[in-house]
Design a protein around this ligand. Structure first.
Ligand code: 5GP
Ligand code: ZN
Length: 116
């Protein structure tokens, strides 16, 4: 499956380097970086290098590449890997703001920060 990009998409621009990001892990099929509006310290996003709006529109090979990266990010947290959320929103009613599939990796280091 060849990569597919949408010129107007901010996450496609991040993949291409047209918008700067704090990159964490990159593979042939995926890119991960720190969220610009973190819900907690270390809040990261894993995105496929393929423009699909929602998870069910993504080719399986991109889906399969994303989770091991989320796992790698969690393991890199060390002690922070005890408590975390993996979150993936699809559609406005489900709180999706950026229409390019993304997986949130949200460490929880205290009761006060992150998702409740
Ligand atoms: P959603 O609500 O769509 O699941 O989450 C979108 C996430 O993308 C938000 O947590 C938001 O902070 C993050 N985000 C939006 N624009 C940018 C950006 O330009 N750079 C980075 N690093 N994160 C972004
Ligand atoms: Zn895109």
């Amino acid at each position: 499956m060849s990569a597919k990009h949408l010129a107007s998409c901010i996450f496609c621009k991040i993949i291409k380097g047209d918008i700067p990001s704090f990159k964490l892990v990159e593979t042939e099929l995926s890119f991960s970086f720190l969220d610009i509006g973190p819900l907690s310290k270390g809040h990261a996003l894993v995105i496929p290098k393929y423009h699909a709006e929602k998870m069910h529109q993504l080719p399986d090979e991109y889906l399969a590449d994303a989770m091991p990266i989320a796992k790698k990010i969690v393991l890199a947290l060390g002690d922070g890997a005890e408590n975390y959320n993996i979150l993936q929103n699809n559609g406005r009613l489900a709180h999706q703001e950026v229409d390019h599939v993304h997986f949130h990796v949200i460490p929880k280091t205290s009761k006060e920060e992150g998702l409740s």
